[in-house]
Design a protein around this ligand. Sequence first.
Ligand code: TMP
Ligand code: ASP
Length: 240
Amino acid sequence: MEKLKLLYEGKAKKIYETAEQDIYLVEYKDDATAFNGLKKGTIVDKGIINNKMSAMMFTYLQKNGVANHFVEIISDREQIVRRLKMIPLEIVVRNIVAGSLAKRVGKEEGYALTSPVLELYYKNDSLGDPLVNDTHALALGWATADQLKTMKQMAIRVNELMIELAAKAGIDLVDFKLEFGLCDGQVFLGDEISPDTCRFWDKATGKKLDKDRFRRDLGQVEEAYSEVYKRLREVIASES
Ligand code: TMP
Ligand code: ASP
C-alpha cells in the first residue's frame, strides 16, 4: 500500500491518503509532546513501539467485539486503517486518580476510584482540549445522543478488557484516552492505544510505565514503553 498525499500531521502521527478512498495510512513518529505541546522531545523508537502496540491492542479489541479502525500493520512505523469521520471528543476513562483529575478534585494520585470515571474533552488544540459534558456535545452538535451512548459503552468495554489484560501482565490500568469516528454511520474506535495515551503502573512496585516518565522527566522512558508492550504481548500470545 503506497503513501500518497500527507493529509494531516499531528503531534505523534502523520496520516496519508492511499489509492483506496476509504483507507488511510498512519505513520507513527518518535516525537513526544506534553502539556498541549509546551514540552517537546523525542522518545527513541516510540513510533515503532506505539505502532506495534496499537496494532496489537486494536486486533485484540476486534476479536472481543469492539469495532475499530485498524486494518493491517505494514511496517515498523506504519499501519493501514479505515477512514473515519472523527468525532471531536476525547473520552478519558479512569480507574485510579492521577494527572489532571488529582489536581481537579484535590485527591492524591493512586486513590482507587470505587467505579470507573468517564470524562469528555472537546478536541481542540488552540483551546487546550477543555473538559466538557454530554450536554455540550449534544448542544454543539459534536455527537448525537445515540453516538454518545455507543461511545461510552465501547469505552467501558475497552476498560474491562484492558484492565483484565494488564492485570495478567502485572500492570494496573490507571486511565486512558480514546477517540472515535464514524464510517457508514457506525461508530468505530480510532486513533491509538499506547503508553502515550494510557497510564500503566507496575502492580508490584507502582513504577510508572507510560508517558508520565517523559512528562515528569523520570528517565527510562524508552525502557518503560518497551516493557509494557513486551508484557502485554506475552499475555496476548499466551492466550491465542
Ligand atoms: P490527564 O490526567 O492528563 O487528563 O490524562 C488522562 C489520560 O488521558 C492519560 O492516560 C493520558 C491521556 N491523555 C492523552 O492521551 N492525550 C492528552 O492530550 C491528554 C491530556 C491525556
Ligand atoms: N498529547 C498532549 C500534548 O501534546 C498532552 C499529553 O499527552 O500530556 O501536549
